[in-house]
Design a protein around this ligand. Structure first.
Ligand SMILES: Cc1cc2nc3c(=O)[nH]c(=O)nc-3n(C[C@H](O)[C@H](O)[C@H](O)COP(=O)(O)OP(=O)(O)OC[C@H]3O[C@@H](n4cnc5c(N)ncnc54)[C@H](O)[C@@H]3O)c2cc1C
Length: 401
């Protein structure tokens, strides 16, 4: 394993870090004060600057207009962009669009690519991914009610989903729906593109998360499909391949999330150290002179370093051996890095005292936006079970679900 950074990658990382600090950090307070939607014109201008600098869509192959970075390189970029909650959006590699772009590149028909992928890549439209249902445990993705029934040249979809991130203002959803309830469990569902202006699709409401309702891209919606009719040509891949397609994006998706969280960790760590150096308990006695604060700093540094190496190792293994071989590592980083993220954020907030809870720093927004890190993309407990099962198998213990 060689985690040294090639000079050309370092140049990209330095350029992107400068951009994030100079162009994106100043937008954070504007978004906090006025809201995301009101700040869209300024965000659009920042996106144009990213395009002009050649940093647009870093993870997308060059033939589709991106930078063509590999998993590890994009992971490193993601760690830089993650320093701001706006970073990925401004570079057009934000979830869930980035995952939908990848699915459309791999499985989209030429017509789907023209209609949905191209405007998504240009940053003209947004999308969402609707899988989780309020009535069923999302931890068991095989269990869902939303169904698509064939009728002539159409599918007619009925069902109820929630936590469809970024549905507010999106042009289409990739909906995970049951197309054959009698098939084996992993072949029951398909992914279907649903334009959000289709009659029968309803965005019921943006769900309040940690008491933030959110709007536009930073939001999570409850949605309903009621006799929602879409042409059969909107099927992504083949019928019954919904889980197979979903699995394909999981490995890379988790590397992206974990590296983004490490970006948040680095920003929080930097803010914690600055506050420890500047805030005086008494004249000449900054917080950093206290051993407990020193311990927070040392432990955070060690945990972030460890997490970073774990993520790079998982990315390396995916690149070398494929995501199936890296299943244990992928699950390890998902829960470990999410835990480090929340610990580091909490220490950074604590170091700032009451100010840490205000919009004076991005820490409170980070915490509100990312408490879900231990829940989405598989809760901690599920990933721990995957890791333990793999390990115990080697000891002759078969653990059933
Ligand atoms: C911020 C955020 C964004 C999201 N975005 C999307 C999106 O864009 N599209 C989408 O479709 N969904 C999205 N989700 C939903 C997410 O995928 C689900 O929340 C997740 O799969 C967990 O499902 P659940 O909430 O139904 O929890 P449940 O499945 O009801 O689980 C509840 C709790 O039970 C515990 N648990 C679960 N399984 C086990 C087990 N096997 N052993 C022991 N304990 C267990 C865990 O602690 C878990 O937190 C998002 C969620 C969040 C928080």
């Amino acid at each position: 394993m060689n985690f040294s950074i090639a000079p050309e990658t370092q140049k990209i990382l330095t350029g992107i870090q400068q951009f994030v600090e100079q162009e994106i950090y100043p937008l954070e307070k504007e978004v906090a004060a006025q809201g995301f939607r009101a700040t869209l014109p300024r965000l659009k201008a920042a996106r144009q600057k990213v395009k002009d600098k050649g940093f647009w869509c870093p993870q997308i192959p060059r033939e589709f207009g991106g930078m063509g970075l590999g998993l590890m390189e994009h992971g490193m970029v993601s760690a830089v962009l993650g320093r701001s909650l706006l970073g990925h959006y401004v570079f057009n590699c934000q979830a869930p669009d980035a995952g939908n772009m990848e699915i459309l590149i791999s499985h989209g028909t030429p017509e789907q690519k023209k209609t949905w992928l191209e405007p998504l890549l240009r940053g003209e439209i947004r999308s969402c991914f609707a899988m989780t249902e309020p009535e069923h445990a999302g931890s068991n993705p095989l269990w869902m009610d939303t169904a698509a029934v064939k009728d002539g040249d159409d599918y007619v979809i009925n069902g109820h989903k929630w936590f469809a991130s970024s549905a507010d203002g999106a042009s289409f959803a990739v909906a995970m729906v049951v197309t054959d309830p009698n098939a084996p469990p992993h072949q029951r569902a398909s992914q279907i593109i649903v334009p959000l202006n289709t009659p029968g699709f309803k965005l019921v409401k943006n769900i309040s998360v940690m008491n933030h309702v959110g709007e536009d891209h930073p939001s999570h919606a409850e949605v309903r499909f009621t006799d929602c009719r879409v042409p059969r040509k909107n099927l992504l891949g083949k019928e019954g391949e919904g889980f197979k397609i979903a699995q394909e994006r999981l490995g890379a998706g988790r590397i992206h999330h974990c590296m983004r969280w490490l970006g948040i960790c680095e920003r929080a760590f930097d803010l914690m150290c600055k506050r420890a150096a500047e805030r005086e308990l008494a004249p000449g006695k900054p917080l950093g002179t206290r051993q407990i604060v020193q311990a927070w700093i040392a432990e955070s540094r060690a945990e972030i370093n460890a997490a970073r190496l774990m993520v790079l190792e998982a990315a390396w293994k995916i690149e070398q051996l494929g995501q199936l071989a890296a299943r244990e590592e992928i699950s390890c980083i998902k829960f470990y890095v999410a835990g480090v993220l929340l610990k580091v954020l909490d220490r950074a907030i604590q170091t700032h005292g009451a100010m840490g809870l205000t919009p004076e720093t991005p820490l409170a927004s980070f915490f509100a936006a990312e408490r879900g890190a231990r829940i989405y993309d598989g809760p901690d407990e599920v990933h721990k079970m995957v890791v333990a099962r793999q390990i115990l198998k080697k000891y002759g213990v078969a653990v059933s679900t």
